[in-house]
Design a protein around this ligand. Structure first.
Ligand code: UD1
Length: 434
């Protein structure tokens, strides 16, 4: 279990490049098994979640090669339709194999994912989607046994759940529908950029997906898909995390390989709070620096294009040292406030009640030993540590390694004083990741 030691108080400056999106890469890698021809995917971030996905694909029988951000996957006939609990438990997003396996094999056995620290994480909407296409679902021994002996047949499905649309549920239905007979209409689809990226990847393989990025996606089933070359979009959450770091403690930081359109909710909030955010004309580079008179703010997380739940913890770290009272309400994962208790150990003044954090800004934080609890919560702790006085020791770093490529190297390049302590313990093997 690696630890990160952060010596706080050193303002960041300089330029770094944002990596490819983890959340776009996972379903795209899963979708690569929809064809027996090789696919080449570039800018896949080298993080533990993408590595878990590649391990699962190779255990299913695909051949996988990875070199400097480019992954080549070939899935000949005869791949397996069953993934074991041991493979899948490490990453909840492995649920996105459901759609491709059903499309290609018309059956699959996948362990039912458990909950995780940020909530219950049900899969009812994924199952609603696949059942609507004609599949039968049984649960036995902790596994979902799903089959459609006569193949999948297109229909209209409304994917709205109590907490709004589902990202991976939309992805699964889209992937299942590309090889189904007839047309599938997905109503109340998630509109996240990662869903659009998956649709673009599927279309590059010969699928006929229309309307991704809107509330209604139409998929006209085709006979077969072919190989392709594809580059994943920039990681908007990694970009947002560094934008918040720059607003928190910097002399100005430039991020390249970003997509302005995807960053709107985060940009708007940073501007409202008085910070400087300037994009170049092409929208692919952004400069961020702290405002002279930062203001408190309010966040209500919402599905895209609303403010992302994956960026509320990092902004909470910024609010912790911003004068005034800030409010963060997470409507998507109301239990996602584990970072607040750790931030309080660093001197933050935060009250959490009923899915809402009320943060009263303090003059400064002080370094402390803290524990990462989930991916974005750990990012918040790193940000707080950069601004804190003294040394912070962040343990359970495997949470952050799930989704941030070369975080310590990138922070060091910006002038932060961070050091990774490697320890030969396999704590990550025992954690249910989200
Ligand atoms: C994806 C992201 C995750 C992000 C989340 C919300 C990936 C790999 N992960 O997760 O980082 O935090 O979107 O933006 O892309 N729900 C149900 N039933 C279901 C499925 C979901 O009730 O069958 C609920 C969830 O509990 C949650 C809401 O729907 O309240 C949205 O979850 P969902 O969009 O499905 O999250 P993921 O796709 O798993």
């Amino acid at each position: 279990m690696d630890k990160l030691i952060v010596e706080g108080g050193y303002p960041l400056s300089g330029t770094i490049a944002i990596s490819g999106s983890k959340n776009a890469s996972l379903p795209i890698l899963a979708a690569s098994i929809l064809t027996d021809e090789p696919v080449r995917i570039s800018r896949v971030p080298d993080v533990s979640d993408t590595n878990y996905m590649l391990q699962i694909l190779s255990q299913l029988g695909a051949s996988v090669e990875r070199s400097s951000g480019t992954v080549r996957v070939a899935s000949p006939d005869g791949i397996s339709s069953s993934a074991s609990y041991d493979q899948v438990r490490k990453m909840r997003a492995s649920i996105c194999l459901l759609g491709p396996l059903m499309a290609r094999m018309h059956r699959c056995t996948l362990p039912l994912p458990g909950g995780c620290l940020i909530g219950d994480r049900p899969v009812d909407l994924h199952l609603r989607g696949i059942q609507a296409l004609g599949a039968r679902v049984r649960v036995k021994g902790g596994n979902m046994l799903i089959e459609a002996p006569n193949g999948l047949v297109g229909t209209t499905v409304d994917m709205r759940g109590d907490s709004g649309p589902t990202v991976l549920g939309t992805d699964n239905l889209m992937m299942a529908a590309v090889l189904a007979r007839g047309t599938t209409v997905i109503e109340s689809a998630a509109r996240e950029p990662e869903v659009v990226d998956l649709a673009n990847f599927l279309n590059a393989m010969g699928a006929r997906v229309e309307g991704a990025g809107s509330r209604t996606i139409t998929v006209h089933g085709v006979e077969r898909l072919h190989g392709c070359d594809y580059t994943v979009i920039p990681d908007r959450i990694e970009a947002g995390t560094f934008m918040v770091a720059a607003a928190l403690i910097s002399k100005g930081v430039t991020l390249t390989r970003v997509c302005r359109e995807h960053m709107k909710a985060i940009t708007d909030l940073l501007l409202e709070c008085g910070h400087t955010v300037e994009f170049t004309e092409d929208g692919e580079t952004v400069f961020v620096k702290p405002g002279e008179h930062p203001k408190s703010g309010k966040i209500l997380t919402n599905p895209y294009p609303g403010y992302p739940t994956d960026m509320q913890a990092q902004m909470t770290a910024l609010f912790a040292v911003t004068p005034g009272i800030s409010v963060v309400k997470d409507t998507i994962f109301p239990q996602r406030f584990m970072h607040c208790a750790e931030l309080k150990r660093m001197g933050a003044n935060i009250k959490v009640d009923n899915g809402t954090a009320i943060i009263t800004g303090v003059e400064g934080l002080s370094g402390a030993p803290v524990m990462a609890s989930d991916l974005r919560a750990s990012a918040a702790l790193v940000l707080a540590a950069l601004a804190a006085e003294g040394t912070t020791e962040i343990s359970r770093l495997y949470h952050i390694d799930r989704g941030y490529e070369m975080l310590d190297e990138k922070l060091t390049a910006l002038g932060a004083h961070v050091k990774r302590i490697r320890e030969l313990d396999t704590g990550s093997e025992n954690s249910a990741a989200h």
